[in-house]
Design a protein around this ligand. Structure first.
Ligand SMILES: [Zn+2]
Length: 571
């Protein structure tokens, strides 16, 4: 994580700060209270959201919200048991020093573009609202990550973060993912394969104006558009702006979004009225994204369309499969967006409903224990780590999301060597989407061939009868030198490959299990001197050249590795 210094120390709550010509209050307003109350059901919640209530978290039993005194009174008048968490705010609106400011992140993105010119391009997807007004220079900087040397068209994934300004962990996660892809290229076989075979677009800050408010420890959700009203006397005060995640053009202005510019869920005066959502729209229309992920916080959820209706989407099973598979990596709950309460005009309803792209909203973080929208440095790092493999897997799925999500995934890939043989151990897992066992799996070296042409994996318990199976295969390394890649792919019910996993290996013919090639290995070999295939004490692993005879050729091969320390030899 990059450490950046902020230009000013934390401003005390309620101090008015002037940002780019706009006066806003450092939130929270003193009279608002963080409360919980029993979940009144999605229809009532949609109505509350439609009136701009600041709903933070919805569980089946309970709603957490930051409410004004009027809103609290409304609930109490209806005999709702409101639990005020404290007289003082329970949370701290705090922009941690270890989080990147927008400016620091842009500097870092430029630096990556310079340092990894073959892998990443920095693209300006469009201006923020203040930028479009000539008040600032903040753009929706977009990292396009792919191995440019592979020029054929690749499946595309779009990852967007920070529609909502206070969800400050989301750009951190997006930036960490970008950094991981770039710095691991050539060092991690799995990530190298992704960068070689995918076209990954990452927009860490969809709402850079709002992020600036967050950097000043302001509890801010919307963009900075104050052209309708500055909302100076609204409750809460100064709550201007458009909720960018209610501004997309699919069933816009139907449910769970407000028509009042001072409400937190203000949908804008028209669909795509805001430069930020226009930028996303134009990018999606000009590319061919196969999968879209939108990062939000918090609630530990992976949500899929629809948001505007309780009705299932046409691809409901496929969408749920993808969400369920991603959830196996981060432990979040997969559910339809409207399960919380219906909302309209969000990124995913538009991406799926209008563009036909499977799209997922990931709500990062656990709420109170993670300090709501403002996790500290250590918590933010945990939130990144818990989402890392889910996001990498999403990139993998991009070539055929619906089909690949239903195929067995490959996890816990390990390679171990003894002498001439490498054993590939892995787990094929399809339990997120099916109670059936995987159809099989196979191993390839250096290049993934067509299904049926690899080295077959066999189940360690001899029977392929459960949705999660430990599998192994043996690869003959005679004649192989230098670093190579082993790929493993499961096989789905239609006989096609699932998403692959990859690992680097380098032949290292240790035979004694001490992970170093030395005189003991030679003695082991000498003990089998001139035995041949079929002999009782012939050990094929020691027959390094695989010619069926243990002799001076094998000693010669072993000597070539003299002194080498192996990674991953069998004990
Ligand atoms: Zn959000």
């Amino acid at each position: 994580m990059t450490h950046t210094s902020r230009p000013f120390s934390l401003l005390p709550i309620l101090v008015l700060v002037a940002l780019a010509g706009t006066t806003i209050a450092a939130a929270p307003p003193p009279t608002s209270r963080l409360v919980t109350f029993p979940n009144p059901g999605p229809d009532v919640l949609a109505d509350m959201a439609g009136h701009g209530w600041d709903i933070w978290e919805v569980t089946p039993d309970r709603v957490t919200a930051l409410l004004t005194p009027d809103q609290v009174a409304t609930l109490q008048m209806q005999q709702v048991a409101v639990n005020v968490l404290d007289n003082a705010p329970q949370y701290m609106v705090n922009f941690p020093a270890c989080f990147r400011t927008f400016d620091a992140a842009v500097t870092q993105m430029r630096d990556w573009a310079e340092r990894y010119p073959g892998l990443v391009e920095l693209i300006d997807a469009g201006p923020s609202w203040q930028t479009a007004q000539g008040q600032a220079d903040r753009r929706l900087w977009t990292l396009r990550i792919t191995n440019k040397a592979n020029v054929e068209p690749k499946p595309q994934l779009l990852l967007v973060a920070l529609h909502h300004a206070r969800e400050i962990v989301t750009p951190e996660v997006a930036l960490n993912l970008a950094e991981l892809l770039l710095t691991s290229y050539g060092h991690d076989a799995d990530i190298t394969w992704l960068v070689d075979n995918r076209d990954i677009w990452i927009i860490p800050f969809v709402n850079p104006d709002g992020h600036l408010y967050a950097e000043y420890s302001v509890d801010w959700r919307k963009n900075a558009n104050n052209s309708q009203s500055t909302c100076a006397t609204s409750s809460p005060p100064n709550s201007f702006g458009v909720d960018l995640n209610r501004n997309y053009d699919h069933k816009w202005a139907t449910v769970g979004a407000s028509s009042n510019p001072c409400n937190l869920t203000y949908r804008g005066r028209a669909a795509f009225s805001e430069p930020e959502t226009q930028a996303i729209r134009d990018l999606v229309q000009n590319q061919k994204f196969n999968l879209v992920i939108s990062l939000h916080s918090f609630s530990d959820l992976i949500m899929y369309p629809w948001g505007y209706t309780y009705a299932p989407a046409p691809d409901d099973i496929g969408l749920r499969n993808i969400a369920s598979v991603l959830a196996t990596f981060n432990g979040y709950t997969p559910e339809q967006s409207s399960d919380l309460y219906p909302t309209s005009g969000d990124t995913c309803d538009w991406a799926y409903g209008v563009q036909g792209i499977p799209c997922f909203t990931v709500e990062i973080g656990s709420g109170a224990v993670d300090n709501y929208f403002w996790p500290d440095c250590a918590t933010a790092h945990e939130q990144w780590l818990e989402n890392r493999d889910a996001l990498l897997h999403a990139i993998k799925l991009a070539s055929a999301p619906y089909r690949l999500a239903a195929a067995p995934l490959v996890r816990d890939l390990q390679v171990r060597q003894r002498g001439r043989f490498m054993t590939v151990h892995t787990v094929l897992d399809r339990q997120a989407t099916s109670p059936e066992p995987p159809a099989g799996g196979e191993v390839f070296v250096d290049r993934i061939g067509i299904p049926g042409t690899g080295i077959l994996l066999t189940p360690d318990d001899q029977t392929l009868d459960t949705p999660v199976e430990s599998m192994s295969a043996t690869v003959d390394l005679s004649g192989v030198q230098g670093r190579h890649v082993v790929y493993v792919a499961g096989i789905d019910d239609s006989g096609r490959h699932g998403p692959p996993a990859a690992a680097y290996f380098e032949p290292c013919p240790d035979v004694t299990g001490d992970a170093v090639i030395n005189v003991i290995d030679v003695m082991e070999l000498a003990a089998r001197w001139h035995t041949q295939a079929g002999d009782l004490d012939y050990d094929a692993a020691l027959d390094l050249d695989g010619d069926g005879l243990i002799d001076v050729q094998d000693i010669g091969q072993m000597s070539a590795f003299w002194g080498l320390v192996c990674a991953g030899s069998l004990p």
